[in-house]
Design a binder for this molecule. Sequence first.
Ligand code: SF4
Length: 419
Amino acid sequence: MRLTLHRPNHTEPWGFAAVRDDTVTVALPERVVQTWDCAGRWLGGTRGGWQWRRSYDGKLAGAPTGQPLLGCAGQAQALGVHQESLNDARQLHQDLSIGALRLEPDETAGRATLLSVLERAIHWNLQQAQLDAIAFTRLYRGGIAVLPEDLRRALYLQLSEGCAWNRCQYCTLYADLPHRSPTISQLRQQVESVIAWHGASMGLRRSLFLGDADILGEGPSYLLAQFQLLAEFFALPAPAKPQGTTSAGLYPLDAADGFATARSILACKPAELEALQAHGLRRLYIGVETGHPPLHHAMHRRDPLTALPGATKLCHDAGLQVALTVIVGLGGQHYAGGHLRDTTELLEQLNLRRGDQVSLSPLVIEDGSPYAQAAQQRNEIGFLPDELAREVRRFHDTLSQALGPGPRVAPYQIGMSPW
Ligand code: SF4
């Protein structure tokens, strides 16, 4: 519902409010825009030529308006921008309450929702919001290490914690998190806590994203048992998305996606993958990282490259999509040519199709990490930021041309969280 905000005795609109089932967005003078979810949590906005997104773990990403959001703002800047959103919510709520602003149409339900979301937003002052973000990260052991770029509106569930391998040279995602799989009863507790934390904002969640590194690590029977538990809470896939819950009290979601490894997929029978697909599993995200054998070996990857074609075919035959990650810049300039050539050749064998994805993740090197130390030992010449951006474009153009119009080939940024 779109409402117009008017100052008394002014015919020109002063601002606008879009009141939806899951969010409220207001557009105010001087190109200020603010958005809150229905629980009143500030999701982001634009001001002074910049756009901001706040994720549920309290991180703030920003960029000049119209440019891709990159990186996270510093703490002081994040608090300042968040405070401005609170000021806007307070002022708007006050002006609407005392009649200094009127709504058109003066529609009771829209007005009530707008005021109630603004009231909730005011409740999330900086201290409350910080505690709320801490509570969010505590829903998951070790937090959410990685979430695909296009699934920030997914509800994350940790069906398996950490990574059983944990030895790929470039990866520090789960370095401090011992691997384990929660019992069904622990998973039930997690789902209940996650739903309770989201509260009124559950309507904003579009799908499930299942982590951590390999949801098939305990075998397909265990994953099926986990899906049977999830079916007690979620309608998956929901034929239509009603507001709130279904008549059976389930939260309707489009689908479930998750991380898996080629090795675990290959250990599944076709019927087991089909059963998972029937329970709402849509797409498996598999780390390929490189198709260049010497680089694959140097990075201490566990699954042989030869596992990927068979794993992809099993997924396709079961009606599942695949999303494959490639790390651009891996191994530095020495490996760049072989990395692009062999990765392209490997992915060409997979008959990727519509719904499949290839995600290009620029290499991120953490100071003091095993990768940083090994790179120093092998005198690796890395890529400067603008060179890496060019390398991402080179991979994008080459792979897009080689793989044709079926799969989506797109850059991928790690380090972002749900919003
Ligand atoms: S890249 Fe994947 S398999 Fe390798 S250590 Fe990281 S999470 Fe584990």
